[in-house]
Design a protein around this ligand. Structure first.
Ligand SMILES: *[C@@H]1O[C@H](CO)[C@@H](O)[C@H](O)[C@H]1NC(C)=O
Ligand SMILES: *[C@@H]1O[C@H](CO)[C@@H](O)[C@H](O)[C@H]1NC(C)=O
Ligand SMILES: *[C@@H]1O[C@H](CO)[C@@H](O)[C@H](O)[C@H]1NC(C)=O
Ligand SMILES: *[C@@H]1O[C@H](CO)[C@@H](O)[C@H](O)[C@H]1NC(C)=O
Length: 512
């Protein structure tokens, strides 16, 4: 409340101090002028203005005379204002202009004669359909060029050749079918051409892009990973293309490549990725893999093979992956999971196996797991043998399986369990199930229990919260109180092993 009040005072003060501030604009002491709902660039903008921001206006045409007075302008941002054209040389004399952003307008070409001081040029969401070499002539300081969501259909070497300092080039969402090189952009580190219509990239395209680190061709029609990719590459995105195979031997010079994204292609097998020695992330979701990739890079930390047709997981698949932290195998048809298959992965913390065909929890999973997702399989029970090593497990999802009974010892062997999902299982709500409920409550585990399927009189009751079941259980407890007391004494439990440390609640699931 006070803040809002202070804001209004400031606003009225600044208007009061600056009688020159045009209507529908705010002028602040930092030489920032912000205007909305204009029909033209105001003629009386203070000449000291460094940053002019206009949005949601109707300014069809920009002209030279609009900027006559603005001798100190550094940033001009014109957003969503229906601008269709810019008079020749409008920005030419603005020798201090560093940033020009003309987003979401209706421009059909790049404004002419831009000043040599320009460092950032953003023309996203317009209707520009062609680039000319002359558009960028003399822009030796330009670092960032964004032309996303226009109608540009080609990119030739001469178009950008004057941009000797360019670091980032974004051309997503255009109409490009083929691109040719060489592009002489020695300082370019980021380039994105997502969602175009590329089916061909000429072999020479990359020869003079020796600083390129982040490259994305996601959302095109490419059937091959381009050859001659620059050695400097750290990240390559090729999602949503039509790749049927990957020839890693054409990529083995990419010694620094750490992230490779190949999801949503037509890959049926992957072999030889170990040649990418520094790869840490490999994404292969939504392909047609029938087997896990063969010979994976030893530094891999994240492997996503979800949504494929993988049937089995063996120790051989993972024998060298000691750094693996995140493994996604959900939405496959895994029915065979070799005991101890992931035993060598001594850093593994997330394992996603939901929606497969498993009949039981895989044996000898690594003790480092913090999250295990097994929902939507055909698991019938949980035994202590399967889970006893999982001392770090925080989240266990067993939703939508076929489990009817829960082994008490299994639950007791999971000291850190915080979230347990058990709904969608045909629970047999016997007294021992209710004992399990007590163990879980004592541990502070958040349980989604689901409903009882048996015995008949409990059908439809929720086994974690039903009062009816609770009353029956209390009666049962009363009868067995004494024997339980003695058991407890004879088997002392280290209280620290089941005490709840709230700090442990964070776990590292969504990573990037
Ligand atoms: C603007 O410049 C272009 C190229 O420099 C030229 O062809 C065109 O005739 C000019 N337009 C006007 C109105 O002067
Ligand atoms: C790879 O990365 C290292 C360390 O950042 C760097 O020194 C080296 O120049 C990079 N290699 C290439 C080919 O860019
Ligand atoms: C892996 O990357 C490191 C630094 O990022 C680099 O120094 C090294 O040369 C790369 N290793 C290999 C085998 O290419
Ligand atoms: C439920 O458990 C009880 C006691 O173990 C058993 O006698 C009964 O057959 C089970 N019912 C079902 C439907 O599995």
């Amino acid at each position: 409340m006070h803040l809002i009040y202070a804001f209004f005072i400031l606003l009225s003060l600044s208007d009061g101090f600056n009688p020159n501030c045009p209507g529908r604009c705010n002028c602040d002491s930092m030489q920032l002028v912000q205007c909305y709902r204009l029909t033209e660039v105001p003629s009386n903008i203070p000449s000291t203005t460094k940053r002019l921001y206009i949005s949601h206006s109707k300014i069809q045409h920009l002209q030279l005379s609009d900027f006559n007075q603005m001798l100190a302008l550094e940033d001009f941002i014109l957003l969503a204002s229906g601008t269709e054209s810019v008079e020749n040389d409008t920005f030419k004399t603005l020798g201090t202009l560093k940033t020009l952003e003309l987003w979401k307008n209706k421009l059909r070409q790049v404004p002419s004669a831009l000043p040599a001081s320009l460092e950032v040029l953003i023309l996203n969401d317009n209707s520009i359909n062609v680039l000319h070499g002359s558009d960028f002539e003399g822009l030796m300081k330009l670092k960032i060029l964004e032309l996303k969501n226009n109608l540009i259909s080609s990119l030739s070497p001469s178009m950008l050749s004057s941009l000797v300092s360019l670091q980032s080039l974004m051309l997503d969402g255009n109409d490009m079918e083929a691109i040719a090189g060489p592009q002489l952009l020695p300082h370019l580190t980021h380039m994105s051409l997502e969602n175009n219509k590329l089916h061909l990239i000429s072999g020479s395209f990359f020869t003079s892009l020796q600083s390129l680190q982040f490259l994305s061709f996601s959302g095109n029609f490419l059937t091959k990973i381009p050859i001659n990719l620059p050695k400097s590459l750290l990240s390559l995105k090729m999602e949503r293309n039509q790749l049927r195979m990957v020839r890693f031997r054409d990529m083995k010079h990419l010694e620094n490549l750490s992230h490779l994204y190949l999801s949503e292609n037509l890959l049926s097998s992957i072999n030889g990725a170990q040649q990418l020695t520094n790869l840490t992330t490999l994404e292969l979701s939504q392909n047609q893999l029938q087997m896990l990739p063969f010979r994976l890079p030893v530094k891999l930390q994240k492997l996503d093979c979800s949504n494929n047709l993988i049937q089995k997981v063996t120790a051989q698949d993972f024998q060298d992956l000691r750094d693996l932290k995140h493994l996604f195998l959900d939405n496959n048809i895994v029915s065979l999971f070799e005991a101890g298959a992931l035993q060598r992965c001594s850093q593994l913390s997330n394992l996603a196996l939901e929606r497969n065909l498993l009949l039981s929890i895989p044996l000898r999973l690594p003790g480092t797991l913090a999250r295990l997702d097994l929902k939507g399989n055909a698991i019938r029970d949980i035994s202590e043998r399967e889970v006893r090593d999982l001392k770090q497990l925080h989240v266990l999802n067993l939703r939508n399986n076929k489990i009817s009974a829960l082994d008490l010892k299994a639950l007791e062997s999971l000291p850190r369990l915080r979230h347990l999902y058990l709904d969608g299982n045909p629970w047999n709500c016997t007294c021992s199930r209710l004992k399990a409920r007590e163990v879980l409550m004592a541990k502070g585990t958040d349980v989604r229990g689901g409903q009882c399927a048996a015995p008949a009189e409990q059908q439809g009751e929720s086994w974690m919260s039903s009062k009816k079941i609770m009353r029956q259980y209390e009666h049962h407890l009363y009868l067995t109180e004494k024997s339980k007391e003695t058991k407890k004494k004879s088997k002392p439990e280290d209280p620290s092993s089941i005490s709840i440390n709230m700090d442990d609640d964070d776990y590292d699931y969504e990573i990037d």
